[in-house]
Design a protein around this ligand. Structure first.
Ligand code: ZN
Length: 206
């Protein structure tokens, strides 16, 4: 495979990108000057060193050399520890955070579980979530876990899995497990929801 074809193939593995878009990316890059391409290559090469996965919420955040282990939100004492919102991916977190409507904590699940999947624990951060919830319960502040998943069959399936996963932990501690209201219309991904939709989904959670 030549390098053009190989690069295009790599782009097809990006979320939501098909072969045609992947080709457009490759040809777009061919029209850029070499400075831009060098910068891009350098940023990609350093990506793993410039970012850190937060030990508490597992989101990726940019960090200085020898940076912190917890992100700005997890280390912000002004944020409420009563609610823990579970989202599928980093962009969902960013979208909710941008609305400034939620002041609790987060956990980034890292994906969702396809309906017929045989090994769900490999698709999402299941054991890390269990540990996080257990720690939060021991700290004594947690009151509610909000599942903020996509309003799709896969999102529903993921929710069922998480309810089962967490039940033994949260039931004795009387932690409420809610999900976003279906102001998010069916088929909607959180990533594409606007502030008004998120406001309603938060208000109508149950
Ligand atoms: Zn964090």
């Amino acid at each position: 495979m030549d390098s053009l074809a190989r690069l295009t193939e790599i782009f097809t593995h990006f979320p939501g990108i098909g072969p045609r878009q992947a080709k457009r990316f490759t040809y777009y890059l061919l029209t850029r000057d070499s400075r831009t391409l060098s910068e891009l290559a350098r940023l990609i090469e350093k990506l793993k060193n410039l970012t850190h996965e937060c030990l508490s919420c597992h989101r990726f955040f940019a960090t200085e050399k020898g940076g912190k282990e917890r992100c700005s939100i997890c280390s912000d004492t002004a944020r409420s520890e009563e609610t823990l919102m579970v989202v599928e991916k980093d962009v969902d977190f960013e979208n909710i955070e941008r609305t400034k409507l939620y002041s609790g904590r987060y956990f980034i699940l890292g994906g969702s579980i396809p309906v017929l999947d045989k090994e769900p624990e490999k698709r999402v951060r299941a054991s890390a979530l269990k540990k996080r919830v257990k720690d939060d319960i021991e700290k004594g502040a947690l009151k509610e876990i909000i599942l903020a998943l996509a309003a799709t069959a896969e999102g529903d399936h993921t929710e069922r899995y998480l309810r089962e996963l967490l039940n033994a932990l949260i039931e004795p501690a009387q932690i409420k497990l809610s999900h976003l209201g279906r102001g998010l219309s069916t088929g909607t991904e959180l990533e594409y929801s606007d502030a008004e939709t998120i406001r309603n989904a938060l208000k109508n959670r149950g």
